[in-house]
Design a protein around this ligand. Structure first.
Ligand SMILES: *Cc1c(COP(=O)(O)O)cnc(C)c1O
Length: 374
């Protein structure tokens, strides 16, 4: 079976280092907010090229904390994408804001020209929450210009794009803050839930640290109505000692697999969306695009050959049941036609770093030999 992720193979590589890290934390007798978290935050910030990292309990919390720490006002409108993990918009609501959706471009990422148009009609929007989807970097200069023209605060969702660059600039460097996730399937995936907020702004970093720890500015002094969202010492040690040192190698392997797919896939009914101009992508996923009516046929054909596939994402965020149940109709500016095309026709091919070349070739052959039902 060729799977979307292969945690057994990963464990065979990282297991010994993970045991050493766990032994170190266990023997230290200190499990929350200690030296391991400090060391990991320093290592992550250095690796990323941003001054401050703040470890939290999940990617969802990282986005919520980043929005709150950058001053999202109660009821504040946040311009964002309909094509992402639901967590992106859920974080907006949990931070007290309201998402406003505009369409994506041909790569599946928030369309900055449509954002510009939406911002001219919706003067109340003060926050922008772009997502570097599929591991692609959005146009960071474009984000800067949009922010400057409209006085926006940008928070970047980097959950799928750790290490991605737009030309030389790392994702996360256009916004006041960035959020990422260490959910097991992510490019830097832990053995459970974890996430981080990154920022160049010392005040944002300080507020994020306060928010993750019940809003405590000092012991029993609560400055904010915070969360319990601390990244524990076990995970900090695992991330720093067993996982982060391997991320560059894993990313290189993902890039090599993406190149192999892009050179080998040659079926007229399987479209490969363009890589955004300037993006040095980290290929969290490898999306292809089909006519909606043919998606299930391709996925069944791959399954019959022992190949797993995914869909990211089958239902747009504003169309989820949760909004109706909460009595909050989400705001949409313009049509979501491109996002609908992805929701109806996207298929994600396996691209984890433990895939061997012959497995990638087997996926390519299965795709190219597919005979869609007429
Ligand atoms: C995974 C993901 C999240 C949520 O991260 P969790 O750690 O699962 O809470 C948010 N945004 C995007 C784009 C993601 O892929």
């Amino acid at each position: 079976m060729i799977r979307l992720n292969d945690f057994e193979r990963q464990w065979r590589e990282i297991g010994a280092d993970a045991h050493t890290a766990f032994e170190r934390v266990g023997a230290s007798g200190w499990y929350i907010l200690g030296r391991e978290l400090d060391l990991f935050e320093g290592a992550l910030a250095g690796w990323w090229g941003l001054p401050f990292a703040c470890g939290v309990a999940s990617g969802l919390d990282a986005i919520e904390i980043a929005l709150r720490a950058t001053g999202l006002a109660p009821g504040g409108a946040v311009l964002t994408t309909p094509l992402s993990a639901f967590a992106t918009s859920l974080a907006v609501v949990r931070a007290g804001g309201r998402p406003v959706f505009v369409d994506v471009d041909a790569s599946g990422l928030l369309d900055l020209e449509l954002c510009e148009a939406a911002l001219r009609t919706r003067r109340d929007i003060r926050h922008l929450l772009p997502v570097h989807l599929y591991g692609h970097a959005m146009d960071l200069d474009g984000l800067d210009q949009l922010a400057r023209r409209h006085g926006l605060t940008v928070v970047e969702d980097c959950a799928q794009a750790i290490g991605a660059r737009w030309h030389e600039r790392p994702v996360g460097s256009a916004g006041r803050a960035a959020a990422t996730s260490f959910y097991p399937t992510k490019n830097l995936g832990a053995l459970g839930d974890a996430g981080a907020v990154l920022t160049a702004d010392p005040a944002v970093a300080e507020t994020a640290r306060v928010l993750r720890h019940y809003g405590q500015a000092a012991t029993y002094e609560h400055r904010e109505l915070g969360l319990n969202s601390r990244l524990d010492e076990m995970h900090a040690a695992l991330l720093r000692s067993a996982l982060l040192p391997r991320l560059a190698g894993w990313t290189a392997r993902r890039r090599a697999i993406a190149e192999r797919y892009r050179a080998g896939l040659a079926h007229p009914a399987i479209g490969v969306p363009p890589v955004p101009a300037g993006s040095r992508s980290v290929w969290h996923l490898f999306p292809v695009l089909l006519d909606a009516a043919r998606r299930d046929d391709l996925r069944a054909h791959l399954r019959a050959r022992g190949i797993d596939s995914g869909v990211h994402y089958p239902k747009l965020i504003p169309h989820q049941e949760a909004w109706r149940r909460a009595g909050a109709a989400p705001a949409v500016v313009g049509s979501l036609a491109n996002a609908e095309r992805f929701a109806a026709g996207e298929v994600s091919l396996p691209i984890h770093p433990y895939l061997a070349d012959d497995e990638v070739d087997a996926v390519i052959a299965a795709c190219n030999e597919w005979r869609p039902a007429p």
